[in-house]
Design a protein around this ligand. Structure first.
Ligand SMILES: [Zn+2]
Length: 191
């Protein structure tokens, strides 16, 4: 499974094909890559959790969620890079970009986080997401956000890029369905 994740472009694979390759189903327990337990969550549960958290800690909620997600994304990115380099030697830039795209494709199609479209040019990494899980949660709750609100996806993608590239990025969600946009758009640049 890991070999497919790091060696093949998964962008055009269907949800069914990806699920068959990457998610093991064992009597109610799902495992990504055969070992990482997964669970589904209601979009409204996730958005509701952010709303409740904001009631307690105010505007610090965003920083808490984004930073925690970034740290976890970074752990995932670093683990993939280290495992790859142990087996195949140094990961070149094109490979890193493909693996980042593959991970987001899996998040989108297997984990249900929205339809992901990842554009990469020389200096920017742009992730566009249709129907992002977090924004859908706010829309379903009828909670209109003043600012972009897909904090977990922002943090995770940011950390994943930092872990895979082994360098610092700056990132933000610049358009979000939860705050009136037509799509969720995230932009990351090397620092
Ligand atoms: Zn969003």
């Amino acid at each position: 499974m890991f070999e497919i994740l790091v060696n093949e472009d998964l962008t055009d694979m269907s949800e069914g094909e990806l699920d068959k390759i990457f998610v093991a189903h064992e009597e109610g327990i799902k495992r990504f890559l055969g070992r990482i337990p997964l669970g589904c969550i209601y979009a409204t549960f996730l958005a509701g959790l952010y709303v409740e958290m904001e009631k307690i800690v105010g505007r610090a909620a965003k920083g808490l969620i984004v930073n925690a997600s970034k740290n976890r994304g970074k752990v995932a990115g670093m683990a993939i890079r280290k495992r790859y380099e142990k087996k195949y030697g140094k990961m070149d830039e094109d490979r890193v970009k493909m693996v980042a795209r593959n991970m987001l494709t899996v998040w989108g199609k297997c984990f249900g986080w929205g339809k992901m479209n990842f554009k990469i040019n020389d200096s920017e990494f742009i992730l566009e997401v249709e129907d992002s899980l977090e924004s859908t949660g706010f829309i379903k709750l009828k909670v209109k956000r003043e600012q972009p609100a897909c904090w977990m996806l922002l943090g995770y993608t940011w950390g994943l890029l930092e872990g895979l590239f082994n360098s610092k990025f700056v990132g933000d969600e610049v358009e979000c369905r939860a705050s009136g946009g037509s799509i969720c758009r995230f932009v990351f640049r090397t620092e």
